[in-house]
Ligand binder design. Structure first.
Ligand code: UT7
Length: 329
């Protein structure tokens, strides 16, 4: 019997309507368009406005669009892996909430927390259930309402992050398409450099933690940058080297969109030319778990069957990783 690989058979995305521009941020904190553009590459990001809306509310239209594209019903989904750092609630899992909202009555699911590397970890994890023969339809969702944990008085973080959600369906393939290899890493030594101080079991919410603004994302930008810029590039190079791939073999590099300078460093390290590097950071900023699936969604019609894609991410934790996949359609 030929080997089963997990192939992406459909992708989709959703970004909220509200556009937060650099110009609007100039009215909120001491910053300017020139600084933000030159340091990060970001021009605008999307914000989910509206009372009572959470990350799952962006996932619903993304997933419903994916099901329509693929021509299947929600009942056919076996498993939902929801990669997010901003779940609707601390518990239950947003995967369960999403399953209920879309009518995925036969699916089980769980949330996966690996900050900005979440979608890569989710794809690699979901692929195991396909490769083992356990499931035939695994939905991997990556999305965040980062605006729910951003302090819009902190110029070090509020200029970077945005809201958005994307998703991919994994199905079995016996012709060699799909996820071929992954390199996944983490190092808890970096856990205090990009994190949310309170709201977990170590420091539950109190009046004091709220007053001290400890429920927002905190980042030591320069320190994180140093790790991200080398590790994201290294891991992409590692997955290429061990699969005997050179830059010319790669149709598309799909990097996590954290900072244009980190994307450029990854492209340089792997030798992949800018025309084959997917970049939409200027329009969405860093949507954390959403960046890679949103890139796949926006570039889907440019991909050809058999294209070699390298996905790479770096995030809080620290977490980082890269996936080599052959596009299946
Ligand atoms: O996605 C998960 C992983 N996260 C990342 O990969 C993010 C990694 N880090 C970064 O992308 C960058 O570190 C930032 C974009 C966050 C910051 O860029 P930077 O080039 O590292 O700037 P910096 O923090 O070293 O600050 C440089 C200067 C400072 O002023 P002085 O001390 O040189 O006078 C800051 O106070 O820029 C100042 N600054 C700002 N100025 C205008 C910091 N933030 C701003 C701002 N607008 N928003």
């Amino acid at each position: 019997m030929s080997k089963i690989t997990a192939a992406i058979t459909a992708v989709n995305g959703y970004v909220p309507e509200y556009v937060l521009t650099n110009q609007e941020l100039e009215t909120m904190v001491e910053t300017n368009d020139e600084w933000i553009t030159s340091r990060t590459g970001i021009k605008e990001r999307r914000i989910l406005k509206g009372e009572g809306l959470g990350t799952s509310d962006m996932a619903v239209p993304a997933v419903e669009g994916l099901l329509k594209k693929r021509g299947i019903t929600a009942e056919e989904i076996d498993l939902i892996i929801f990669c997010t750092t901003t779940p609707d609630l601390p518990f239950p899992a947003t995967a369960n909430i999403l399953a209920h909202k879309i009518g995925a009555k036969n699916a089980w699911g769980y949330d996966l927390q690996a900050a900005c590397s979440g979608f890569i970890f989710g794809l690699a994890t979901g692929a195991q259930f396909i490769e083992s023969g356990k499931h035939t339809k695994v939905l991997v969702v990556g999305g965040d309402k980062m605006s729910s944990i951003i302090n819009y008085e902190d110029r070090a973080t509020c200029i970077i992050f945005g809201d958005g959600c994307g998703c991919a369906l994994l199905e079995p393939n016996t012709e060699g398409y799909g996820i071929i290899d992954s390199v996944l890493k983490s190092d808890g030594a970096g856990s205090q450099l990009l994190f949310q101080k309170s709201g977990g079991s170590v420091s539950p919410a109190t009046h004091e933690t709220v007053a001290n603004k400890e429920h927002y994302a905190y980042q030591e930008g320069q320190a994180v940058f140093k790790f991200a810029v080398t590790n994201m590039a290294e891991v992409a190079a590692e997955v290429m080297e061990r699969n005997h791939l050179v830059a010319d073999d790669i149709a598309w590099l799909v990097p996590h969109q954290a900072n244009k300078r980190i994307i450029d460093a990854t492209a340089n390290r792997t030798g992949i030319t800018p025309d084959r590097v997917i970049v939409n950071i200027e329009r969405y900023g860093n949507t954390t778990n959403g960046t890679i699936p949103l890139c796949l969604w926006e570039w889907e019609d440019k991909f050809k069957k058999g294209d070699n894609l390298i996905l790479a991410a770096f995030g809080g934790g620290f977490t980082w990783g890269s996936i080599y996949l052959k596009w299946a359609y």
